[in-house]
Ligand binder design. Sequence first.
Ligand code: PLP
Length: 380
Amino acid sequence: MIYLDNAATTRIDDRVFDAMVPYLRDEYGNPGAMYSIGRHSKSAIERAREQVAAYINCKPEQVIFTSCGTEANNIAIKYGASIASAYGYIITSEIEHDSVERAVDRSGVKVKRISQTGKNFVSVDDFVDVLDNTNSPIERLFVSIMHTNNETGIKNDIEQIAGVCRSRGITIHSDCVQGLYTGVNVSDLDLASFSSHKIHGPKGIGCLYARNPEKLSPVIIGGEHQEFGLSGGTENVAGIVGFGKACEIAMTENKSNNNILHERSSDFLREIDATFQSLGISDALHINSDGKIINITISGVDAETMILMLDSVGICVSAGSACRTNEMHHSKVLLKMGLSEEDAMSSLRISFSKYNTNSDCVVAANRIAEFSARLLKERS
Ligand code: PLP
């Protein structure tokens, strides 16, 4: 199998898996229990909290484990809504993940959405402009802008945006789920969301970084002593241990991972360009982004058909956002980038990890070109 859908989820690292096994088999004590296997679980959680904190550069007590990145985003927006409820605004972008966008929509508070520049990031000038033209007390503003987009991989200049917020005393949250692979420093942020399964950790575990966790309230209500009362439910000890280990590994291998991702995306782009040219169909190919996530449009080729054809030869890629693969509908991000509805339905997302090789890229690019040529011929 050639797996090129790493923005959807990643293969678990063997070292992460090995670190989790004891907590699935022998060390199964409830971390809330007083006896020793309970205390072992509790210490494993605290060790993982330190590992995550070290990777994102904060204090361990500022890391709240959640059941996923979605829950972390929901808690952050709930807090944002409490700030903005009276005469305030949530200021966000047009290309947020649904777990931010829908939470904002349901919050009942006024919202300003910053439109994208052509290449799909939030311009710092536009952001400052929106702040300057928002007639609300500063303490009633809450900003939520994502770090890296999950459909295109394009990064916002979060450091600069956070710097503006800090200098004006505005609370800022960032959905950093897609940014963690290549590293995120939370020091200028008030809140940041993360998810383990995007960095070769297990699914079903995420975390929220909060500068001041005591100001937050949970979206899953229950255990007062579980995750400082901010995420109820018996802790997913093995998941937390796996997330901590994935962060520890990423911290030391981050630089080489970045190089690998860079090489793989260059390999893929070079090969796809060459194969489309050699088949005389290069006019159909449009590259919308590059980096860890590449989005391409093949005009006249239905993305869903292409995904199924690729699947039949053991290649996994996706169309639009992975969280919606069962419903093929236009990607709002691509439409905002200026693609037509037809082109948006002809777009593929290819995303890499440290496990991909040059050969994966060459084989996948050749298959995509070959199938495109076939589908375009059938159409004509
Ligand atoms: N935010 C972004 C940008 C994502 O890409 C995802 C998942 O794809 C999430 C949030 C949600 O993370 P989780 O799957 O852990 O709920």
